[in-house]
Design a protein around this ligand. Structure first.
Ligand code: SF4
Ligand code: SF4
Length: 384
């Protein structure tokens, strides 16, 4: 098939999926329990997740299996299995296998510490689409200052090595924060030495269970976050490409795939349009996935912002990572923007445009630029 036909077909297919609202990609949080205790974690302190009463409310193996059957039936093809760390879950192997046998392409999101031999055997038998591993620093000191668990750095790297040695695809990702921003170049080097990609994110959210703002103290200054992000030419180019596109006009508050092709299910069987919109959750213990998808989850697209909401007409929106769900977590309103995200976008927008500036002609000796209306309002004339 000619390349043009390929693109046309893929555009047509995307359009069909959007129009028909096929729940193509789902994220399952098997458990909020984790073996690490990260300072920035949006799940909050781990003690609450290991509490016996809360744990007893987590779905059983059979309940998860029937949910996997339902979502496969509804058209889910790309499935992310996350936690906490999903490998903490007693039935991770059975559920992973079940998802693969139902034809879903599974990405496992984990911290790499729990990649044991039995997991390698499982992944060799049923290869994942990807294993995404969080790397919190390039040195033991920094990594463990984030995770608060001695020995976790070596375990993480050993996990990556084990997976790669067995031909299992791995991608690294990091969350940039005050504790580890200075090690980004060294983290890039680790990824390069492993021959894998490193995805970089500086989004730190409030705790999702109660919107506690404690993790936000780890946020980098917006200018510093963008300086680090844009130091990677591939990331700088990707943003440059992105801002050349025009955002489709829309009155909706939510302009992403949440509730259109994407959904999220928590450890207790609640489904919501995405992980950020758990305030819009519905229980799969009371209703089927198909019926919730058809009605309740469809509502998100109909939500309109209140008057005065500026994001839909903002010229920087293609450079922005803002999201109404994120707004809700930070400001308790979906249509009240996050000042931090907005400021970070402004920095990114400036960086993209500065990088694009055409090369300036060399200055002739004795020449100085003509500056109109400088900060003090004084016109600076050309020097002699
Ligand atoms: S590895 Fe992830 S889930 Fe576990 S404590 Fe750290 S941030 Fe939270
Ligand atoms: S958060 Fe700020 S930068 Fe982002 S779209 Fe809204 S107004 Fe624009």
């Amino acid at each position: 098939m000619a390349e043009g036909c390929d693109v046309q077909y893929s555009n047509w297919m995307t359009q069909q999926l959007l129009e028909r609202r096929v729940p193509l990609s789902g994220l399952l949080e098997l458990t909020s329990r984790c073996n690490l205790r990260c300072v920035h974690c949006y799940l909050g302190p781990q003690e609450r997740h290991w509490d016996a009463k809360r744990r007893s409310r987590e779905l059983s193996l059979d309940q998860w299996r029937s949910i996997l059957d339902e979502i496969a039936e509804a058209g889910c093809l790309y499935l992310g299995i996350t936690g906490g760390d999903p490998m903490v879950h007693e039935h991770f192997p059975e559920l992973y296998r079940h998802a693969c046998e139902r034809g879903m392409l599974v990405t496992v999101l984990c911290n790499g510490n729990l990649v044991r031999d039995s997991i390698i055997e499982l992944f060799r038998e049923y290869p994942p689409l990807d294993v995404e591993i969080s790397l919190y620093g390039a040195t033991r000191e920094t990594y463990e200052a984030v995770t608060k668990v001695p020995g976790s750095y070596v375990k993480c790297l050993n996990g990556v090595r084990k997976l790669l040695a067995n031909g299992i695809p791995v991608q690294l990702k990091t969350v940039l924060m005050k504790l580890n921003g200075h090690e980004l170049p060294a983290m890039r080097k680790i990824a390069e030495d492993f021959g894998v990609k490193l995805r970089v994110d500086s989004a730190i959210f409030p705790q999702l269970t109660d919107q506690d703002q404690a993790p936000l103290v780890q946020r980098l200054d917006p200018a510093e976050a963008i300086r680090l992000e844009m130091a990677d030419p591939a990331i700088a180019k990707a943003w440059d490409d992105q801002v050349q596109r025009t955002a489709a006009p829309s009155d909706s508050l939510y302009r992403c795939g949440a509730g259109v092709t994407g959904f999220y299910i928590d450890p207790f069987g609640n489904v919501s349009p995405c992980i950020m919109t758990t305030h819009r959750r519905h229980s799969l213990l009371e209703r089927s996935f198909a019926s919730l998808w058809a009605r309740e989850l469809e509502q998100i697209k109909r939500t309109q912002p209140r008057e005065g909401y500026g994001c839909n007409s903002c010229e920087m929106q293609m450079a922005c990572t803002s999201c109404p769900g994120f707004n809700y977590q930070e400001n308790a309103h979906e249509d009240v923007k996050s000042d931090y995200v907005c400021e970070t976008t402004r920095e990114r927008w400036t960086a993209i445009h500065l990088a694009r500036r055409p090369p300036q002609p060399a200055r002739a000796e004795g020449w100085a630029p003509l500056v109109w209306g400088g900060r003090n309002g004084v016109k600076v004339e050309k020097s002699a």
